[in-house]
Design a protein around this ligand. Structure first.
Ligand code: BES
Ligand code: ZN
Length: 467
């Protein structure tokens, strides 16, 4: 990572007019060109206090286990985050919400009489338990027309991935009397998919590789008769509870404070099986450290430090948070800084994701602070897939900090503390911390909330999940 402590006069002059009119606050350029301290005088108040060991230690603690939303492990993480906020002196609220959740089965078996090749069957998210067997019959892509003129009653349908969703394939097979479904991949690798939503009309279904599927199809095409048995146990669907953790800091500058609110945060949940050191214990621990750093700093605006639950299940916690904001508070919101995956040694460089790819106060202040600190502004890229989307949908300026390209450990059991870079953590904490303080510092009389229009962003899952 490049770090340039000194900037040229020309660059500083260019930066001196920040988006919020911070002209006067930059340190006076020294006489000798090139030797200019780039920091604005308020930056040091934040920089002096950031202790990267705190961030690292909190990541280490949080990433000892996966933190799947609605589980005991997530609830423990939530309690921990709350206790940390409280230990810095914040009154901290747990905002409860419920959602429809799914626990994957502990047993997924497939056996086929007359087939000896290895098959590692996978279940589908929202798939159901069951013990079914029957004759294996090929049903092409599993579209309605594939079932016409054939009797599938009590049979197991062998279906190829593609064209329509996994859920529709299984529903079509079930509607035609099939007792179970095997879907094989149309690309290399295992088939881990989701039905997207629950339904009591599904029948037990497993996913297998393209190789195994083609081998079975070959046998059927050769006129062999195959009997298949599917056994799925332990799948559990139902209502779950999770929480957002919210710590607030009132403006210290009582007389001259603006009515704005600036927030920063991260999600504390992880995907199943992944300790989520980088995704997103890193952002959670950074939220905690910036809350500690800001605790006693003079400010002119309300600040909120938040960690969200159930992000990995579709931004559920942050959408709930925004949905519960009174109109009056939405109007006062100036911006939300999201930190999701901010410390991987093995990821690329830092970028700022905004949902529509355009600048807003979050990206602008962070570009200005990164330019002050590192000599060049952090690039901005169009990107969703995290909690800043929920704020954007509510008409609130937002951006998310992430290193791209992603590390290979993303959403795997390998997302562990040993892959975390203190240097990367330090860099992002400095950029976000000084950007936020640039907005809330006591002499700043603006900006006010600048609410945009509310809009829904289409849910972008990976293609793998849907078809
Ligand atoms: N930490 C990721 C965010 C992310 C991943 C951003 C990849 C950009 C690229 C986040 O926790 C995540 O995995 N998000 C989900 C989407 C969400 C709406 C369920 C994803 O990208 O699959
Ligand atoms: Zn994440």
């Amino acid at each position: 990572m490049k770090k340039k402590p000194y900037l040229s006069i020309a660059l500083v002059a260019g930066l001196a007019v920040s988006s919020i009119g911070a002209q006067a606050i930059y340190a006076k350029p020294a006489e000798t060109a090139q030797q200019v301290q780039p920091f604005n005088v308020f930056d040091n108040k934040v920089l002096d206090k950031i202790n990267v060991e705190n961030i690292y230690n909190n990541i280490e603690y949080l990433s000892r286990t996966p933190r799947v939303a609605g589980t005991e492990a997530e609830h423990k993480a939530i309690q921990y985050v709350k206790e940390q906020f409280e230990s810095y002196g914040y009154e901290t609220e747990l905002q409860e919400f419920t959602f429809y959740g799914y626990t994957a089965p502990h047993t997924v078996k497939l056996s086929i009489d007359g087939y000896t090749g290895e098959i590692k069957p996978k279940s589908f998210t929202y798939g159901m338990d069951g013990n079914v067997s029957g004759e294996l019959v090929y049903a092409g892509l599993g579209q309605t027309s594939d079932f016409e003129g054939k009797d599938f009653t009590g049979k197991i349908a062998l279906i190829k991935r593609g064209s329509i969703s996994f859920a529709d394939k299984v529903l079509n097979a079930a509607a035609n009397g099939a007792s179970g479904v095997i879907i094989f991949n149309n690309a290399s690798g295992e088939l881990n998919g989701t039905f997207g939503s629950p339904s009591d009309k599904y029948v037990p279904a497993v996913g297998i590789t393209q190789e195994a599927g083609q081998a079975l199809l070959q046998k059927l095409n050769n006129g062999e008769s195959l009997n298949a048995a599917i056994q799925i146990e332990g799948a559990e669907a139902g209502m779950r509870t999770s929480y957002n953790v919210i710590a607030k800091k009132a403006p210290t500058n009582k007389n001259k404070s603006t009515d704005g609110i600036v927030a920063l945060g991260a999600h504390h949940d992880s995907v199943p099986g992944a300790p989520g050191a980088n995704d997103d214990a890193s952002g959670t621990a950074m939220t905690l450290e910036l809350a500690r750093v800001m605790k006693d700093l003079p400010t002119n605006m309300e600040m909120r430090f938040m960690t969200f639950g159930a992000e990995e299940l579709g931004l559920i916690g942050s959408r709930y948070y925004v949905s519960q904001l009174p109109e009056e508070e939405k109007d006062r919101f100036v911006g939300y800084f999201n930190m999701d995956m901010v410390g991987s040694r093995d990821a690329g460089d830092l970028v700022i994701n905004t949902v529509d790819g355009s600048q807003n106060i979050v990206s602008q202040t962070a570009q200005a602070s990164s330019a002050r600190l590192n000599g060049e502004p952090t690039p901005i890229q169009t990107g969703g897939s995290s909690d800043h989307v929920s704020f954007y949908e509510g008409g609130i300026a937002s951006g998310s900090f992430i290193h791209r390209p992603l590390e290979p450990w993303y959403h795997t059991p390998e997302d562990t503390i040993d892959k975390i870079s203190k240097e990367k953590l330090q860099d992002v904490a400095e950029i976000v911390g000084t950007a936020v303080y640039d907005i809330v510092r006591p002499d700043n009389q603006g900006p006010k909330g600048n609410r945009g229009k509310e809009q829904k962003v289409p849910h972008l899952y990976y293609e793998q999940d849907v078809k």
